[in-house]
Structure formats: structure tokens, C-alpha cells
Design a binder for this molecule. Structure first.
Ligand SMILES: [Zn+2]
Length: 312
């Protein structure tokens, strides 16, 4: 258990660990999904890209040492500068390039809680990891509560907040015309159970709701970009949601029957899904679901609307 958490910490690569990680060997791979839309794979969260004459928009930006490679991969598709960066959530493997792209002239957008968490020291309990505040140039400049819409490159990008899912600041991004959906880390596709950051306001019920929201936004042919893993179909997302609902149901029943965490783990409610060597192991996931159901996130999120103390 301890060893696997340690491995997870390494994979997630905190800013400190990120400096130790050898980014020189990372290659940015590009997959085109539709006219004007691509996904970039490197190290860290998958990057969505909108291009096509009005300026480039990226969804997440991995780690700072990769910015030049990411910019080169984007320039090969479209020489325009990056005008907007949308962060799906605050984690450093999705926001590490913010300061560089911001310096290059991009406007950074994210949910209110992304800015709030990046502005102050964070502690990711599952990883026993302290994350220092980000420099001011890395912070989102435009923040929103429910969502925001970008009209660019001949398409409409709907950015929609989903509450208390992977964190308390997640957004999904849907390209209406190109029919592409970026799920951020509410969707881990393929090799691992999802990481749910309970200490950042995440919850199993929120991740299930986010998957449901994604299914609602997607059509039968939507190309779906997960936070981590290969591009998926609507069917893949539905199977993921069903898996989460199944495991959640079994853990909830066990809690109702007063089973201890050790007893729940022993009954192996996630075993049939394999992924024993994934980034998040079955037992870690069970532990997270158990804890999430016993301590659901509080109703009041950590973001407060500054001086707007008047009620409305
Ligand atoms: Zn994340």
C-alpha cells in the first residue's frame, strides 16, 4: 500500500518531483480528432487543442519544462499564438505550463476554485504531498462558476463546471461542431481506476455525476479526451460510469452493513475490472470510495465571492 502510494506520487510528479523527472525524453504526440481539433499526449494530462485562424485554444498544458515542445507541436498544425488556456482543474500536471503560456500572451480561464487552490498552499492527502502556491503569472485570469462559452475557430466551445468530482474545480469542454469532449480528470481511461482527490473537494458521487454529464453532452460519435489515457468513445465513457456505479453501490451496501474498510477490501468489489497494476490500484480505489461515502464534501466550497457579501 505504502509502496504503491509512493509510486503514485512519482507518477503524478509534484513540482519538486517534476524537477527530477527527465522531461528531455518526453515526446509530444499529436492525434487529430476533427477539422480544427487535436489532442496532444506528452507527460501529464492530455491537452485538447482548437485551431483554425482565430488563434489557438488549449485545454490544459502539462508541465513547464514541456512548454517549448508543446508550442512546437501546436505550431506544426497552426502558426498562430495560443490565445486561451482552459484549465480543467488545478493539478500541476494540467496547469504547469500556465505561466509560460501566459507570458506568451494567452489568457488563462478556469473555474473559481482552480484559482483559489492555485493561489494558496495545498495538501493532497492521498499522496501526502504539499503543493506550494503558484506564481501569480500562472493563475487563471478569467474565472467562472457554472461555465463559459468560447466562440472561436468556427466552433463553439462549451466549458461546463461539474461540482465536487475529481476536485472541486473541474470543467468539461465540449466542441459543439467538431463533436469532441474533453473530460479532464473526471475520466481516467484504460489502464487505471480514477484518482479522486478528496482533499481537493472531490467525491465518488461527483465523478459519477460528471460521467453522467459527459454522456448527456456526448452523441454516439463524439470523440472523448480523458484526462489520462487514450481517446475514448461514448461507449467507453458509459462503461466507465457503469463500473463506478457498480463499485460505489457495493461499497455503500458494505458501509450500511457496518463492514470495516478491511472487510470491504477483502470482498474485492473492484476485482472484476482488472487494472491491478494501474496507476490507482483496486484497493486504493476502494479506500477512496469508502472514505468519500463516509465523509462527503461539505456543501460550502472553499471559494468565496470576496467582497460580495450582499445576498441575492
Ligand atoms: Zn488531476
Amino acid at each position: 500500500m505504502r509502496a504503491s502510494l509512493f509510486a503514485l506520487a512519482l507518477v503524478l510528479a509534484a513540482p519538486a518531483a517534476a524537477q527530477q523527472q527527465d522531461f528531455s525524453t518526453v515526446e509530444i504526440k499529436v492525434e487529430r480528432l476533427a477539422p480544427g481539433v487535436a489532442v496532444l499526449f506528452g507527460s501529464g494530462g492530455n491537452i485538447g487543442l482548437s485551431y483554425g485562424g482565430d488563434g489557438n485554444v488549449i485545454v490544459d498544458d502539462q508541465f513547464a519544462p514541456l512548454t517549448d515542445k508543446i508550442a512546437a507541436a501546436i505550431a506544426a498544425l497552426d502558426p498562430d499564438p495560443v490565445r486561451f488556456v482552459i484549465n480543467t482543474h488545478w493539478h500541476f500536471d494540467h496547469t504547469g505550463g500556465n505561466e509560460n503560456f501566459g507570458r506568451g500572451g494567452a489568457v488563462i480561464l478556469a473555474h473559481d476554485n482552480v484559482r483559489a487552490r492555485m493561489s494558496t498552499e495545498q495538501f493532497i492527502a492521498a499522496l501526502k504531498l504539499k503543493v506550494p502556491p503558484s506564481p501569480s503569472g500562472a493563475l487563471p485570469v478569467v474565472t467562472f462558476d457554472e461555465g463559459v462559452t468560447l466562440h472561436i475557430n468556427g466552433d463553439t466551445l462549451h466549458v461546463v463546471h461539474v461540482a465536487n468530482a475529481h476536485t472541486d474545480g473541474d470543467s468539461l469542454v465540449h466542441w459543439a461542431k467538431a463533436d469532441v469532449l474533453h473530460m479532464g480528470d473526471t475520466f481516467f481511461h484504460g489502464a487505471s481506476f480514477p484518482f479522486i482527490d478528496l482533499s481537493s473537494g472531490g467525491s465518488i458521487d461527483g465523478v459519477i455525476a460528471a460521467a453522467g454529464k459527459g454522456l448527456e453532452m456526448a452523441g454516439p460519435n463524439t470523440r472523448i479526451i480523458p484526462g489520462h489515457g487514450p481517446v475514448a468513445t461514448r461507449k467507453d465513457l458509459a462503461a466507465y460510469r457503469d463500473m463506478l456505479v457498480d463499485i460505489r453501490g457495493k461499497v455503500a451496501a458494505a458501509i450500511a452493513a457496518k463492514r470495516t474498510l478491511e472487510q470491504v477490501k477483502a470482498s474485492a468489489p473492484a476485482a472484476r475490472y482488472g487494472m491491478a497494476d494501474g496507476f490507482i490500484k483496486p484497493d486504493q480505489f476502494i479506500e477512496t470510495v469508502y472514505e468519500s461515502l463516509r465523509n462527503p464534501p461539505k456543501k460550502t466550497p472553499p471559494h468565496s465571492h470576496g467582497g460580495e457579501s450582499h445576498s441575492h
